[in-house]
Design a protein around this ligand. Sequence first.
Ligand SMILES: NC(=O)C1=CN([C@@H]2O[C@H](COP(=O)(O)OP(=O)(O)OC[C@H]3O[C@@H](n4cnc5c(N)ncnc54)[C@H](OP(=O)(O)O)[C@@H]3O)[C@@H](O)[C@H]2O)[C@@H](O)CC1
Ligand SMILES: Nc1ncnc2c1ncn2[C@@H]1O[C@H](COP(=O)(O)OP(=O)(O)O)[C@@H](O)[C@H]1O
Ligand SMILES: [K+]
Length: 533
Amino acid sequence: MAELLTATQMRMIERAAIETGQVTGLELMERAGRGVVEAIFEEWPELGGSAGRAVVLCGPGNNGGDGFVVARLLREQGWEVEALLFGDPAKLPPDAKVNYERWEGTTSGVADFVQAKIKHPDLSIDALFGTGLTRSIEDQALWEHLWVHDDAEDAWDMRRCGSGTDIVPPRTVAIDLPSGLCSDSGKVLGGAFPQYGRRCARSALTVSFHARKLGHVLGEGPSFCGRLVVKDIGLSLEVDDAEIVKSAERPSSPSFCKTEHAHKYTHGHAFVLTGGVGKTGAARLAARGALRVGAGLVTLGVPPSAQMEVAGQITALMIQRIEGGKDLSETLLDARLNALCLGPGLGLARAQDLVPAALASQRSVVLDADALTAFADETAALLELLHGKCVLTPHGGEFARLFPDIAEKLSAMPGQGPAYSKVDAVRAAAARAGCVVLYKGPDTVIAAPDGQCAVNAAHYERAAPWLATAGSGDVLAGFITGLMARGFPPMCAAVSAAWLHVECARYFGPGLIAEDLPELVPSVFAQPDATAL
Ligand SMILES: NC(=O)C1=CN([C@@H]2O[C@H](COP(=O)(O)OP(=O)(O)OC[C@H]3O[C@@H](n4cnc5c(N)ncnc54)[C@H](OP(=O)(O)O)[C@@H]3O)[C@@H](O)[C@H]2O)[C@@H](O)CC1
Ligand SMILES: Nc1ncnc2c1ncn2[C@@H]1O[C@H](COP(=O)(O)OP(=O)(O)O)[C@@H](O)[C@H]1O
Ligand SMILES: [K+]
């Protein structure tokens, strides 16, 4: 699986490579700068044939050092380049200082920017702060220059008139991270000036090194990065760190494949509980999802009032009357019913009755939607009943109801970096719940109580905005239930289902509705090379 690194982990990898003599810090910086220039010409091939004009904003650390490498390499290609340094050259860290000296060009201080020779550059490069940003940017002159970078050309005028704040100007490049973004959380750390609000430099292209950082995929990060390119700088990823967060991808083991000689019960029997009459659609979507991911059998547990409604809507699915918790406990005496799904359209009263019976059975259980909300006022009681075979699938509102203190920490304005992230929050929630928690969103984070964690990012090449449609979360709950019925361990089921969910949406594209999702599973399964990006 691809790793998503924190700033500390990236530094560990870099340090290990330097200390074992594989490479010097200076060589890494050179490779980083070369990677940025390469990415720029890959992104805008039209810039390759001509000598353009570039402004490079360099910061006081190694991110600034990368900037000086880029400045030099562009100049070597005949570009007119102006470098601006925020900070004291004498205080630059050693490798950055060497590259400052190698630059041998004029370097203005950031405060002189208004006198800068190059107006409306072809490229504006943000090498101010990368993984070393630890606090908010308090220098107003610097902050205004970030705006100029962000606002290159006409966007500046539009913003001055108070509009166009979402416009991404052309050819702005961030080295490693857009300055102002916290590399571990994707939260905006930089610039808390009342007249500008809390903002971060927005770039059209972000070029990072070795691996994605968490801040590229979490929270607001993707909206500031533009396109994200990761360049190899020759580091190896052999870090034995259980803390490392993975990027969700197609499972290899257990895999989605079915063995040739198995029969339907080998693949498990999923049981999805529905709400009352007029409220059964969500559970039917989940059940269809469970069937499509390969559960051998799927049965809907319906209250008597909804029996006719459900019977008229299903074919391969089966139906079983479940009036209340007592019925459910009796039904679950059949040990073949091995994975349960409660929540979609269940209704709060019915959830309060059925969830304790479901959890007492010690089966694999997915709790979603109403099954979570029903316990908002008695979370302690729910936490008491949860066990290691459960998966909770809250969206933001449900998460805040179940874990209000954690949600508050997550939404607090960060003062210092690294800021408390969605990864921190979901890990804390999973540890408290003693089971897997999948917190939905374009940056879905999945964590287990032992700290394992994965992010299923629907961003960049994997953007899936059409998943924001009623009922798509119900299908996801069904996917997880179906995979658990098949014997996938909870964490693996949740990560695989989240990955599949986004792949289905990408396969369909615009116009997707929740009903389409289960029907797209065969197409995604048939694509051997659908990969995590
Ligand atoms: N690791 C690797 O493998 C590789 C890393 N590489 C590159 O190095 C970058 C990381 O470099 P880095 O650690 O020097 O941090 P960086 O982002 O330059 O900032 C630190 C400086 O900013 C300052 N500062 C912080 N916050 C501030 C604020 N709010 N307002 C004002 N100042 C503030 C801080 O000051 P201090 O906190 O020390 O007072 C310090 O001076 C990384 O992103 C990548 O581009 C590549 O070369 C390839 C290999
Ligand atoms: N912008 C988006 N990009 C990608 N996925 C999204 C986006 N918005 C929502 N999703 C996904 O869509 C699903 C919505 O689930 P949920 O909020 O429970 O809605 P519902 O209850 O209507 O099914 C989740 O899996 C979530 O991760
Ligand atoms: K930067």
